[in-house]
Design a protein around this ligand. Sequence first.
Ligand SMILES: N[C@@H](CCC(=O)N[C@@H](CS)C(=O)NCC(=O)O)C(=O)O
Length: 227
Amino acid sequence: VKLYNADDPAPNPRRVRIFLKEKGLEIPFVPVSLAAREHKRPEFLARNSLGQVPVLELDDGSTLTESVSICRYLEELQPEPALFGVAAAERARIDMWLRRVEMRVMQPLGMVWVHAHPFTAAYLESQGHRQFKDFGESNLGVFAEACSWLDGEISGRPFIAGDRYSMADIVAQTTFDLGGAVGVDMPEACGHLRDWYARVSARPSAALDLSRFPVAVAREGLAKALR
Ligand SMILES: N[C@@H](CCC(=O)N[C@@H](CS)C(=O)NCC(=O)O)C(=O)O
């Protein structure tokens, strides 16, 4: 197998890399440059018609896309340590939190990124689309509300879905990593969430390499666009 991968802070390939480290698994990576639009070339579209990373290519040449599905597959191959849960209720609860984090927290962050961030504006235009700045900006509030909600939900438990670190933590963690890199921070008042984020970010699997991403320019660019 091999993983078509992209640099941090791209959150979706990062999910799979963190998952692999937590499992102690190593597989070859094929770097895909998002900046050079390599993920939209015909040879890449043949692997994922949506033109997105990550893609896991199996030994028979078939591919799996969708970061969470890739991790589920790897969990089947190597169940320990269990990151999708063991008992029925735990598995369902982790699944529930995966959906909640993706739909409630990642989604508004994605809308700020696509509709308000200067880094995505030129690309959208080149594709014949455009940003809806007000919509992007309004999602900042939706994101902040989602953070406050999650902050309340996790008070009194160490991890997103319960007592054990799980795939739900990985998906939430990579969401906030992207937010931090592009200028969308979790609210100061979210103390439980901040503590949780510090805890998961201290894990050996969490090393974030932003050396090839202009964080300061990205953060300033969003602040300026919102002024
Ligand atoms: N739901 C997909 C999302 C994949 C995704 O959005 N990947 C981003 C990088 S983090 C990407 O390839 N973006 C380029 C594009 O959508 O054109 C997953 O979880 O794998």
